[in-house]
Design a protein. Structure first.
Length: 114
């Protein structure tokens, strides 16, 4: 996916929606993209399931609703971890990494280019 849209450094700008992203707290600019490919990635946040208690005494929570959007990929590392792709309001790019499968991210189905 990254190569098809010009590289990981600009993937966020090209795939994120034109509205809905929060202002970047570091530079005051909009976190919106230009949706060049029509994928319209909106900020959705994510569900985190970690062993750290929040102020209410719960160890699971939903966070970053207007700041980020994370998606599972088809890559499975092992029984505990899988690959995710992250988009945020502070970057024109995207990041790829591993995450605990107990976290909750949406899934977007994308057909391979032929």
């Amino acid at each position: 996916m990254f190569n098809a849209v010009g590289g990981i450094e600009t993937t966020g700008k090209k795939l994120k929606s034109q509205v809905g992203w929060d202002i970047n707290e570091y530079n005051g600019k909009s976190g919106d993209g230009d949706n060049e490919y029509g994928l319209s990635i909106f900020p959705s946040g994510y569900y985190s399931n970690h062993d750290v208690l929040d102020s209410t005494g719960y160890s699971s929570w939903f966070q970053h609703g207007l700041h980020s959007s994370l998606f599972w990929t088809a890559t499975d590392y092992n029984m505990k971890y899988a690959c995710k792709v992250s988009f945020g309001n502070t970057s024109l790019g995207a990041t790829e990494g591993d995450s605990d499968k107990s976290d909750g991210y949406p899934v977007r189905c994308i057909r391979n280019a032929e």
